[in-house]
Ligand binder design. Structure first.
Ligand SMILES: NC(=O)c1ccc[n+]([C@@H]2O[C@H](COP(=O)([O-])OP(=O)(O)OC[C@H]3O[C@@H](n4cnc5c(N)ncnc54)[C@H](OP(=O)(O)O)[C@@H]3O)[C@@H](O)[C@H]2O)c1
Length: 334
């Protein structure tokens, strides 16, 4: 058995038996659910069922992929391990109302994000292994990379090891969905949850969108056309993100013009000034204290979704500019 280090583990180090020999129920057939199910099956897990809510629009897709679809309650009574890949904000309701009353003794719980376990939204009994098997990235990419012989970087943690096999299940699960092709690292539920929420709030989603919106507004106020403003502040983001992913920040700077690098270096510190750091501190406090999780789950459970904010965004000039640009791209080749 390899010792725990920060060196990654690969499929060659891992026995897939702890998952191929088990009945696995996947709850939810969204981006991660579908990808995990297809990859697990291709890796030799023969007993997989998909559990969906009544009236789920995903039923047809799961059946077309050749899976048996059951209710969550049925899955809870059948499976050796439940992979809970429904939306995080729904975990408490699903767990309390549909899994716990029907759950098979000794059943393992696997999650792909630590949110519901870390914040105590799931109160698992002592006989359950509680496992984090996080393939880091969007669910669709799990399958895309797997089909290319790769995978997403995997992180595993064990919150509760009732069977003594929780670690082996975590590693086998991640290897079976392709993470063993690129590397699997240990983490903790806390680390994965805090880091994931903070990263998406302040950089990947919230930070990026805030910068895009504010810069678009400022440029158009300076008389720049919406199309040009959109190209310079939004459309080109992808090229820079790709460079950073492939070469790192220094590599990205090396790949762009010296004028762009000089300008960026002039302003980096001003952007990341005391005001921004205060925003970061607030986000971190909300995440670490559980305030953010409580607020979001309460909002979801009250039936209030995100439609109001989504409708507001759809009416923004930046969205119209993006739609206009996308509608024109590629026309020359049509
Ligand atoms: N590790 C990572 O980097 C990473 C990245 C992304 C996501 N994740 C995690 O992966 C999990 C799934 O995310 P995803 O991106 O696959 O989400 P998704 O594409 O939005 O799919 C969510 C699924 O949950 C189902 N669902 C929602 N509410 C439900 C309810 N009340 N009862 C039963 N099913 C319900 C949906 O059912 P319908 O099909 O019926 O609508 C859908 O199939 C989450 O825990 C998320 O945090 C991890």
């Amino acid at each position: 058995m390899p010792t725990e280090t920060t060196e990654p583990l690969y499929t060659r180090d891992i026995d897939l038996g702890p998952v191929t020999g088990r009945r696995i129920a996947i709850i939810g057939y969204g981006n991660h659910g579908r990808s995990h199910a297809l990859c697990l099956r291709d890796s030799g897990v023969s007993e997989i069922r998909i559990a969906l809510r009544v009236g789920s629009a995903s039923r047809a897709k799961a059946e077309a992929d050749g899976f048996q679809v059951v209710s969550v309650a049925e899955a809870a009574g059948w499976a050796d391990a439940i992979s809970l890949l429904a939306a995080d904000e729904a975990h408490r309701q699903i767990w309390t109302a549909e899994i716990l009353p029907h759950r098979k003794q000794g059943q393992a719980l696997i999650v792909c994000h630590g949110f519901s376990v870390h914040y105590g939204l799931i109160d698992a009994p002592a006989d359950a292994d509680i496992i984090l098997a996080a393939a880091k990235g969007p669910g669709g990419a799990v399958r895309e990379e797997f089909l290319k012989g790769g995978g997403l970087i995997g992180f595993w943690a064990v919150q509760q090891d009732a069977s003594g096999e929780a670690r082996a299940v975590a590693l086998a699960y991640l290897a079976a969905i392709g993470s063993g092709n690129v590397g699997i690292f240990p983490t903790s539920f806390r680390e994965e949850t805090v880091s994931d929420l903070f990263g998406e709030q302040v950089v990947l989603v919230g930070g990026m969108v805030a910068l895009a919106k504010a810069s678009f507004t400022r440029l158009t106020a300076a008389g720049v056309s919406p199309r040009m403003a959109y190209i310079d502040c939004v459309h080109e983001l992808k090229y820079l993100a790709d460079l950073i992913q492939q070469r790192g920040i220094a590599g990205m700077y090396a790949a762009i013009s010296d004028t762009a690098e000089f300008g960026a270096r002039q302003i980096e510190d001003a952007i990341a000034g005391p005001e921004l750091l205060k925003v970061f501190d607030g986000a971190m406090e909300d995440i670490e204290s559980g305030r953010f999780a409580r607020k979001w789950v309460e909002r979801y459970e009250s039936g209030e979704g995100l439609e109001a904010e989504r409708a507001e965004d759809r009416a923004l000039p930046i969205e119209a500019a993006g739609a206009e640009l996308r509608s024109r791209l590629g026309r020359a080749t049509k």
